[in-house]
Design a protein around this ligand. Structure first.
Ligand code: FES
Length: 677
């Protein structure tokens, strides 16, 4: 039994949490490494049934790795709640003895029966008699820790990870009992990562003993230490794979589900060659270099997110870029496992080594970090573009990284502008609201150089600014953006004397009706193709009091909100593609008709219908490359008829058209190979 009084200071708790972070982080890397080595499809030597099974295993192992990421997030949040800086570093593979207890051996190895058994062993519940996998015996036996109480934090010893967390929970409880909750949880909760930024089970703010202990319990119940019978635990998932694998091996003794990737690959001549594989093959070396760099950048981005208080578009941007980078890393990690290691190791392939930064402390928040991230993303994108070859995985990685580089440049430039606007004196917006810095595009001041209309008999000739027609009337300038128009016809039917149907040449005459009526007509244009700027001192269009997305029957999403699309303010109305076929994504262009998109406008009302504390405010919609619309902000999702479907502050909405849980994304975009560009 561990002496629970030993970890009783904040320093000792932080030390234990750093070990917890390293543990989860290490496990995540080893699971991903094994998943990257799995073969894919009949093209890689599997029968159809084997390929289907291996694809399931890959999904399951990656799912476990993602849950480890959730555990890691929970550990980081507890660390932050206690006033510490979360730990993003860890030792390089293979871990030296002593970093963890002797019984917890961690190294990178390709998927096979022994590695799978090792995973079963690592995730075993207390009392399990499962043995470790062959080849995972510790180099030598030792005990960490001390029976003496010391000021210096000393790693505790434990047989199972579940025991470690149980002890940590006890010690945390004692610490809180001794200091009181307010003193114990003295960290700024705004620095933690929440479900608004990332869709992980561990992303729950920790603000008290109850939430901290719940986070530790969730880690144990989902993963290491869950009861043997706990359905869906990591232990159970690995056992299920083992059973299926044994059956397939009985049917086909030649079954080899994975490539023989290296055990503990390294990028340079190893100082201690034993148990390591030096990657000499240049193609593999370039691939691993990119993969490792992407992984390191991911860590820096997450660390940075912990330095930025929420709610913040920049915090969400850092997390989005981190997750996007991991997508590229997965392609590269899979590629590395398929390339020869080099002449010194003819019998095995290479593999990404998950080399770690020498220091992964968060970069200071501000323009210098934004510059660093923009530069680094571009360097990786350029590196992948240089390495681009007919290999599909490298091309996919290059595509993802190019998209991230663009998003990073745009997003961090917006963060700089936003910081500058906050620093500058606030200005009064055209709609009467006080705005920090520049007003949103829909409320921008008039810049038209058109002549004033003659009085309404003939539509004036528009001026085209950035592809938008600007038609000057006496009291307002009407803006028409044809690329956004979905031909809802509210304009030509609501104000037929202003919006002249079926005419050649100029067709909009703003002075043909009362200006207030015309403004109302603009407000009901669902796509935002029609907007206006008042010239008579009256307020411009205001943001809606409730942010709404209506799911149109067999058609697009109709958004009404102070909309920030990919970080840019684009007005208060938009119709966004949800069939996947638009040629003007993320906007709808009517292609749902052409592809005969069939989707209900009456999705069922879900569980998330509790009234939001706030119903308006900026709504960020970030279209993910080849994936869903990532939504952040206060939002009510409604059926086309206006019935409540869900109230959310973050969501992923399907835009490939294939989700079985529309309007929400269910991951089908990957299955159908959805391309958003
Ligand atoms: S975008 Fe359609 S399922 Fe994800």
């Amino acid at each position: 039994m561990i002496d629970a009084t030993r970890v009783s200071t904040r320093e000792q708790l932080l030390h234990a949490l750093y070990e917890a972070a390293e543990l989860e982080h290490n496990l995540m890397c080893t699971y991903l490494y094994a998943a990257f080595s799995l073969r894919s499809g009949e093209d890689e030597g599997l029968t159809r049934d084997e390929a289907a099974a291996v694809a399931r295993w890959r999904a399951a192992i990656v799912g476990v790795a993602i849950e480890e990421m959730g555990h890691l997030t929970a550990v980081w949040n507890i660390t932050s709640a206690l006033g510490g800086s979360p730990r993003f570093g860890r030792g390089n593979f293979p871990l030296d003895p002593g970093a963890l207890p002797a019984g917890v051996v961690v190294k990178l190895a390709p998927f096979n029966a022994a590695v799978l058994q090792h995973f079963v062993y690592l995730e075993r519940p207390d009392g399990s008699t499962e043995p470790d996998g062959d080849g995972f015996a510790p180099e030598f036996q030792f005990r960490r820790g001390s029976t003496k109480s010391r000021l210096t934090p000393i790693g505790m010893d434990y047989d199972t990870v579940g025991t470690f967390y149980a002890t940590l929970g006890e010690q945390l409880g004692e610490f809180v009992a001794h200091h009181g909750e307010a003193a114990a949880f003295c960290g700024d909760p705004a620095l933690q990562i929440s479900a608004t930024e990332v869709d992980l089970v561990g992303a729950k703010p920790v603000i008290c003993a109850k939430t901290a202990l719940a986070a530790l319990t969730a880690i144990v119940q989902q993963g290491e230490g869950a009861p043997t019978s706990s359905l869906g635990s990591h232990f159970q998932k690995f056992i299920a794979i083992r059973e299926e694998m044994r059956a397939l091996e009985r049917a086909n003794p030649a079954f080899r589900p994975a490539f023989a990737a290296a055990t503990n690959p390294v990028q340079r001549t190893p100082m201690r060659p034993a148990g390591r594989v030096w990657i000499e093959n240049e193609d593999a070396a370039v691939t691993v270099d990119l993969a490792n760099s992407g992984y390191m950048l991911m860590l820096r981005l997450i660390a940075y997110a912990y330095a930025v208080p929420r709610p913040s578009a920049e915090k969400s941007l850092a997390i989005d870029l981190a997750l996007g980078t991991m997508r590229a890393v997965a392609y590269l990690g899979e590629r590395a496992a398929r390339l020869p290691a080099g002449p010194s190791n003819p019998s095995c392939n290479a593999g990404m080594s998950f080399a770690i930064l020498r220091d992964s402390a968060p970069l200071p928040r501000g323009p210098s970090s934004r510059r660093y991230f923009s530069e680094r993303l571009r360097e990786l994108a350029d590196g992948a573009a240089r390495a681009a070859n007919p290999d599909a995985r490298m091309s996919s990685a290059a595509r993802v990284l190019a998209d991230l580089a663009q998003r990073g440049e745009r997003g961090f430039a917006a963060a700089n502008a936003s910081a500058a606007a906050v620093a500058a004196p606030a200005s009064v917006g055209a709609n009467g609201s006080t705005l920090p810095g520049a007003p949103p595009a829909a409320a921008a001041p008039a810049a038209s150089t058109s002549a004033a209309p003659s009085g309404g008999s003939r539509p004036p000739i528009p001026t085209v600014v950035d592809g938008v027609d600007e038609i000057a009337g006496a009291k307002l300038t009407l803006l028409y953006d044809g690329k956004k128009c979905i031909h809802a016809r509210h304009c030509v039917t609501g104000a037929p004397t202003v919006f002249l149907a079926n005419v050649k040449g100029p067709w909009i005459n703003p002075d043909a009706i009362d200006v207030e009526l015309l403004a109302e007509i603009a407000h009901v244009c669902p796509s935002g193709a029609i907007r206006y700027r008042r010239k008579d001192g009256r307020p411009d269009e205001a943001a809606p009091p409730v942010n709404l997305i209506a799911v149109r029957e067999a058609g697009p999403y109709a958004v009404r909100a102070d909309l920030r699309l990919d970080g840019t303010a684009v007005g208060f109305r938009a119709t966004l593609c949800r069939c996947g076929a638009s040629k003007n994504k993320p906007y709808c262009d009517g292609s749902h008709h052409d592809v005969k998109f069939a989707a209900s406008g009456e999705p069922p009302t879900g569980a998330q219908t509790e009234m939001l504390a706030q119903r308006d405010g900026p709504l960020a919609i970030d279209p993910q490359l080849d994936g869903p619309l990532q939504i952040r902000g206060n939002l009510e999702i409604t059926a086309g008829t206006g019935r409540m479907v869900a109230r959310v502050t973050s969501a992923k909405l399907c835009r490939c058209g294939a989700s079985a849980t529309k309007p929400f994304c269910d991951g089908s975009h990957a299955r159908i190979g959805f391309r958003s560009t």
